[in-house]
Design a protein around this ligand. Structure first.
Ligand code: PRP
Ligand code: URA
Length: 209
């Protein structure tokens, strides 16, 4: 079963409070999501492989380390996952970015797929799927299944706020996928929204409500 890495860093938890706050406007919300995503990327890249190399400083030659081979692919689930990409590629600037378009049907809560474009060399990359919200888990599972068809080296899932229902669904359907999550909330409400959550992540990022 995939592991769960729940964030404990004070900066992440502090910023998450302001992301949740209904008084935080679109501009600050976007900036905070970007900052938290960057901090979470630091945690989610701890196990990247390194190789030895040699570097010449102005003073002497020395042994050092660089990342091994092809590195990362970031795949946001549209729309709201887009808000996490800039923060992540600030610290892994050579990552390739794919996109998966899914929206949740408001009646059935099932994901509806409308777009998929993934890095051409995906089989040589570790993929981090990003989305601020993991509610029923339907969207994340659909995105992971789509990516699995293209045989990446591995898949991780990075989420800001998850419901226990979504975590259980991903663990059941995608047992090889580790989940990096800033907070695991209490439950889903009758409309499939995370309680207490942050509301609709896409609307808060892009000002569409
Ligand atoms: C939100 C969110 C996730 C999904 C989570 O997207 O960004 O993708 O819901 O719900 P689930 O775990 O129950 O599938 P939404 O469908 O609202 O689309 P949007 O990002 O385009 O607003
Ligand atoms: N999608 C959101 O944007 N928020 C939720 O709470 C659940 C799904």
């Amino acid at each position: 079963m995939g592991k769960i890495f729940e964030m404990t860093h004070p900066l992440i938890l502090h910023k998450l409070t302001y992301i949740r706050d209904e008084n935080t406007g679109n501009k600050n919300f976007r900036e905070l999501v970007e900052e938290v995503s960057m901090l979470m990327a630091y945690e989610a890249t701890r196990d990247l492989e390194l190789i030895e190399c040699e570097v010449k400083t102005p003073v002497a030659k020395t042994k050092s380390k660089v990342l091994a081979g092809k590195k990362l692919g970031i795949v946001p689930i549209l729309r709201a996952g887009l808000g996490m990409v800039e923060g992540i590629i600030k610290i892994v600037p050579h990552a390739k970015v794919g996109h998966i378009g899914l929206y949740r049907d408001p009646e059935t809560l099932k994901p509806v797929s409308y777009y998929c474009k993934l890095p051409i060399d995906i089989s040589e990359r570790e993929i981090i799927v990003v989305d601020p919200m993991l509610a029923t888990g339907g969207s994340a599972v659909a995105a992971i299944r789509k990516i699995e068809e293209h045989n990446p080296k591995g898949i991780k899932l990075m989420i800001l706020i998850a419901a226990p229902e979504g975590i259980a669904e991903v663990q059941k359907e995608c047992p090889d996928v580790d989940i990096y999550v800033a907070a695991i909330d209490e439950k889903l409400n009758d409309h499939g929204y995370i309680v207490p959550g942050l509301g609709d992540a896409g609307d808060r990022l892009f000002g569409t409500k």
